[in-house]
Write a protein that binds this ligand. Structure first.
Ligand SMILES: Nc1nc2c(ncn2[C@@H]2O[C@H](COP(=O)(O)OP(=O)(O)O)[C@@H](O)[C@H]2O)c(=O)[nH]1
Ligand SMILES: [Mg+2]
Length: 305
């Protein structure tokens, strides 16, 4: 973005003053630690609320949200500045296409990152899913695995899991807290498996979760702030979690040539293809050919031989 003028983050004034104060505090905390730019990458399945969350955080409709249409095909970076502080948020297309994790989407994300941020770092990954889902499945694990293979397992040091649709009434007579902790427990387990984070590493990879409700019907407190069912204003809470992860002492994700051109999940297996072919030739095809040859020789001998 060299030389390009970054838009002023004026939509921050759309937030209720209680939220504005907290945001200004958090941005101050980052600046005190010499963090003048905060770059956030948003990824997840399609339709989970990635774009809506980007709009909620910026405070205006900066990216397209659609219930039924297929999403924007390319990643978009939205940048806003405020008193010397720059916020970059990168919204991306859903990672699942036609029932598979799409390598093509992952490649597009990486090459777009190269265009937006070459030799700069991503500070935080927002991994978005919905709170109101009752199961995790193998696809969820595949997505986490694909992200880890493409960006390195370390990306989970910089991750915040965002669960949208947080204003829900839990099923089966569970309390909200019970439902949340069950959902989070199973998703966290799935993330650890997909990212191959073992028991000993779980402590280092303490992945935080933040709840989000993008709906216009989100409840508000007496200060007009959008709140979660337990009363927490969710926008300041999300930015607080993002700030903590930014300052957690772990290195951000460097967008260099190696990352952009590096292999992703399925490509990695491809290096074994020549080996597998060689194996098949030496240990399966060759012996069969030998057997056939021996057979033919036997057949060709005259019966009286
Ligand atoms: N009720 C509710 N609807 C949401 C929430 N987040 C997104 N949506 C809706 O879900 C649909 C998909 O959202 P979108 O942000 O485009 O998802 P994306 O495909 O992940 O970018 C849209 O109709 C949104 O209005 C949320 O937190 N609560
Ligand atoms: Mg979207």
């Amino acid at each position: 973005m060299a030389g390009q003028l970054i838009k002023e983050w004026s939509a921050i004034q759309q937030f209720p003053s209680a939220t504005q104060e907290k945001l200004v505090d958090l941005l101050g905390k980052l600046k005190n630690q010499n963090v003048n730019t905060l770059t956030i990458l948003v990824m997840g399945k399609g339709g989970v609320g990635k774009s809506s969350t980007v709009n909620s955080v910026i405070g205006e409709r900066v990216v397209t949200v659609s219930a039924f249409q297929s999403e924007t095909p390319r990643p978009v970076m939205v940048s806003r500045s405020r008193s010397g502080f720059t916020l970059n948020i990168i919204d991306t297309p859903g990672l699942v296409e036609g029932g598979y994790v799409s390598d093509q989407v992952l490649d597009t994300i990486k090459s777009s990152l190269g265009r937006f941020l070459l030799n700069k770092t991503v500070d935080v990954l927002l991994y978005v899913d919905r709170l109101d889902a009752y199961r995790v499945d193998n696809m969820d694990k595949q997505i986490v695995k694909a992200i880890s293979d493409s960006f390195g397992k370390e990306i989970w040091h910089k991750a915040v899991v965002v669960l949208t649709h947080a204003q829900l009434s839990p099923p089966d007579a569970l309390t909200y807290e019970e439902f949340f902790s069950k959902r989070w427990e199973s998703l966290l387990k799935c993330i650890r498996q997909g990212a191959r984070i073992n028991k000993n590493e779980a402590q280092q990879f303490a992945i935080p979760v933040a709840l989000v409700e993008n709906s216009g019907r989100c409840n508000k407190n007496e200060h007009d702030e959008k709140i979660l069912p337990m009363g927490t204003p969710w926008i300041p809470n999300l930015i607080h979690t993002i700030t903590d992860v930014t300052l957690n002492g772990k290195r951000g994700i460097l967008v260099d040539q190696k990352l952009i051109e590096g292999p992703n999940a399925n490509d990695r297996g491809k290096i074994y293809i020549p080996l597998i072919l060689a194996f098949q030739f030496l240990f399966i095809i060759k012996p069969i050919q030998k057997m056939i040859k021996a057979d033919v020789e036997r057949e060709n001998k005259p019966s009286w031989a």
